[in-house]
Design a protein around this ligand. Sequence first.
Ligand SMILES: Nc1ncnc2c1ncn2[C@@H]1O[C@H](COP(=O)(O)OP(=O)(O)OP(=O)(O)O)[C@@H](O)[C@H]1O
Ligand SMILES: [Mg+2]
Length: 259
Amino acid sequence: MGIFNSKKKNQFLAGNGEIQKTLHKNLEFTATEQYKLIRTNLDFTLPEDEKCPVIGITSAMRGGGKSTTAVNLSYVLAEKGSKVLLVDADLRIPSIAKKLEIESTPGLADLLRGKGAALSEFRSHLLDNWYVLPSGDIPPNPSELLGSVRMKSILEQLKEMFDYIIVDLPPVNLVSDAISISKYITGMIVVVREDHTEKKELDRCFRQLRMSNVNIIGCVINDAKTGKGSYGRYRRYRYYKYYKYYQTYQSSTQKGDKK
Ligand SMILES: Nc1ncnc2c1ncn2[C@@H]1O[C@H](COP(=O)(O)OP(=O)(O)OP(=O)(O)O)[C@@H](O)[C@H]1O
Ligand SMILES: [Mg+2]
């Protein structure tokens, strides 16, 4: 498969407006530190023998902060020196290209349709080792494409080229896309937005993921409300390792919850 066969010049960053304040370089110090903490925690939650972990980012419903988390996490991983690929696999309502002010094509959907593109096309100008694969043109059948053998083969090839692949996905409760691709994913992070994600929705999301045997490696609590006192603002972006958060969650929902 000729994914990276062209020698086209990098024309990655196309826009000139201001990138959102919630993203990578514009993050306040405390938020950056929280993303670095997530980066550190990944080392403890991912299998040691995995050469290039593929990390999916999903949530129960729309708007939890998946894409923001995917951008920032991939950025801090690249900042530390790893070669990282951020993939926009939300092929229904893609947002990575818009957030980063780059062209949305060529992208994942084009690769899935068998069209080639140069690796250099996906390199961000911000960091040499940070690559961003946008969605490409929106396809009519995202769930089938994401669960396809072709997707598997693309990921297998990409895994040979990167240290981490971060995959931004649609929400679990609305469409089957995240579940479809989950068989090719090393671990899934579930983003929960305080005051936004309802418990019953989160409950449904975890049930779906568990039923599909998805390896949930953690939860990111995004946009946590600031507490009172001088340390309050340090809580804006928080990350709890899966076993901590999920065991609490499990014990509160065990009753009547089929495994
Ligand atoms: N911690 C935060 N503080 C302030 N704004 C935030 C925060 N996290 C996300 N946002 C904003 O909320 C909006 C939704 O975030 P984002 O696009 O990351 O969510 P999403 O889960 O990917 O949404 P979708 O399901 O539509 O893809 C964006 O405008 C983003 O800038
Ligand atoms: Mg999104």
